[in-house]
Design a protein around this ligand. Structure first.
Ligand code: CAA
Length: 295
C-alpha cells in the first residue's frame, strides 16, 4: 500500500481538487477512499441513502485497517473521512473536476449516467469510467466531450491493489491521458496505459483463467478447493481463481466474459454454463454470501 507521491499530488491538485464518484459499491467506495486519502475532496453519488451509509461505513472500516498497518496517528482516519461526502443526485458533478463512474457493468446504465454527467459537469471536467471491459470509445460517444472521457480501471480491493489500468478511447486527448496518469500516481497507484479493446489487458488475461477454472469444476476435474489450492500452491497466486471470482462478483465476471465473447467473436471467451447457472440463481459470490463458497 504505497503512500501518495506528494510531488505528483502538487502538480495534479493544480487542476483537480474535487472528485465525484458515481456508485458507492465495492469498487466505488474503495475509489472514494483512495482519493480522500490522497487529499482530494470526494463526493459519492448513490441511488439510495442506505447504500450511501454503507459506503461511508465501509470506508471507515477499511481506513482503520490501513491505519493499523501503516501506524497512522489516531486522528488521521477521521481527518480523511472528513473529505468524504455523499448524496443521491448527479448534481454533485456540477462542481467536480473529475468524475469516476463505478456503477454496474452494463452499457445502457453507463450510457444514461454519462449523458447526465456530460450535461452537469463543468466543460473542462474529466469523466472517467471504472468499467472492467466496456468500450471507452462507446461510452465517450454518449457525450459531447469524447476527448475528456477515459478509463480508470481500479482493482479490487482498491485500497490494497497497486494497479490502475488507464484506457484511452479513440478520441481521448493526450492532455486528459497525461492528467489521469499523474493523478493515479498522486493517489499512490501505478498506472499502466492500454488501448481500448474488449477486456483491455487485465480481464483479457484474467477472465479466461477464471472461466477455465469454472469449466474444471463443472466437468468434475476437481473440487472448488482442489482447483484453488492447485493455483495457490502451484502458481503462487494469493487466492485461487474461484475464490477470486467470488470476490469480483460472479455477475461481473459473466458480464465481462460476454463483452469479450461479443466483441472479439472468439469461442474461447464463451462463458461457462455453470457460471450462468450460478448468476441465474443469485449466487453472486461474497456480496450475496454464496458463490463457489459460502460466506
Ligand atoms: N481495505 C484495507 N486494507 C485491506 C482491505 C481493504 N478492503 N482488504 C485487505 N486489506 C489489507 C489487510 O488489512 C491486510 O493487511 P496486513 O498485510 O497488514 O495484514 C492485507 O490487505 C492482506 O489482507 P488479509 O490478510 O485480509 O488477506 P490476504 O492476505 O488473504 O489478502 C487479498 C487478501 C489482498 C485480497 C489477496 O488475497 C489478493 O491480493 N488477492 C488477489 C486480488 C486480485 O487479484 N484482485 C484483482 C481482481 S480483478 C479486478 O478487480 C478487476 C476486474 O475488473 C474484475
Amino acid at each position: 500500500m504505497a503512500a501518495p507521491t506528494s510531488e505528483a499530488a502538487v502538480t495534479v491538485s493544480a487542476h483537480i481538487k474535487k472528485v465525484a464518484v458515481v456508485g458507492g459499491g465495492t469498487m466505488g467506495n474503495g475509489i472514494a477512499q483512495v482519493f480522500a486519502t490522497g487529499g482530494f475532496d470526494v463526493h459519492i453519488v448513490e441511488s439510495r441513502q442506505e447504500f450511501l451509509e454503507r459506503a461511508v461505513s465501509t470506508i471507515g472500516k477499511s481506513l482503520e485497517r490501513v491505519a493499523k498497518k501503516l501506524n497512522w496517528a489516531p486522528e488521521r482516519s477521521s481527518e480523511i473521512l472528513k473529505h468524504v461526502q455523499g448524496g443521491l443526485s448527479l448534481d454533485a458533478a456540477r462542481t467536480a473536476d473529475l468524475v469516476v463512474e463505478a456503477v454496474t457493468e452494463d452499457f445502457a446504465t453507463k450510457k444514461l449516467i454519462f449523458e447526465q454527467l456530460d450535461a452537469a459537469a463543468p466543460a473542462g471536467a474529466i469523466l472517467a469510467s471504472n468499467t472492467s471491459s466496456i468500450s471507452i470509445t462507446e461510452i465517450a460517444a454518449c457525450t459531447k466531450r469524447a476527448d475528456r472521457v477515459i478509463g480508470m480501471h481500479f482493482m479490487n480491493p482498491v485500497p490494497v491493489m497497486q494497479l490502475v489500468e488507464v484506457i484511452r478511447g479513440l478520441a481521448t486527448s493526450d492532455g486528459t491521458t497525461a492528467r489521469v496518469l499523474d493523478l493515479s500516481k498522486a493517489i499512490g497507484k501505478t498506472p499502466v496505459e492500454v488501448r481500448d479493446y474488449p477486456g483491455f489487458v487485465a480481464n483479457r488475461v484474467l477472465m479466461p483463467m477464471i472461466n477455465e477454472a469454472i469449466y474444471c469444476l463443472m466437468e468434475g476435474v476437481g473440487s472448488a478447493d482442489a482447483i484453488d489450492t492447485v493455483m495457490k500452491l502451484g502458481m503462487n497466486h494469493p487466492m485461487g481463481p474461484l475464490a477470486l471470482a467470488d470476490l469480483i462478483g460472479l455477475d461481473t465476471c459473466l458480464a465481462i466474459l460476454e463483452v469479450m465473447h461479443d466483441g472479439l467473436g472468439d469461442p474461447k471467451y464463451r462463458p461457462c454454463p455453470l457460471l450462468r447457472t450460478y448468476v441465474a440463481a443469485g449466487w453472486l459470490g461474497r456480496k450475496s454470501k454464496r458463490g463457489f463458497y459460502a460466506y
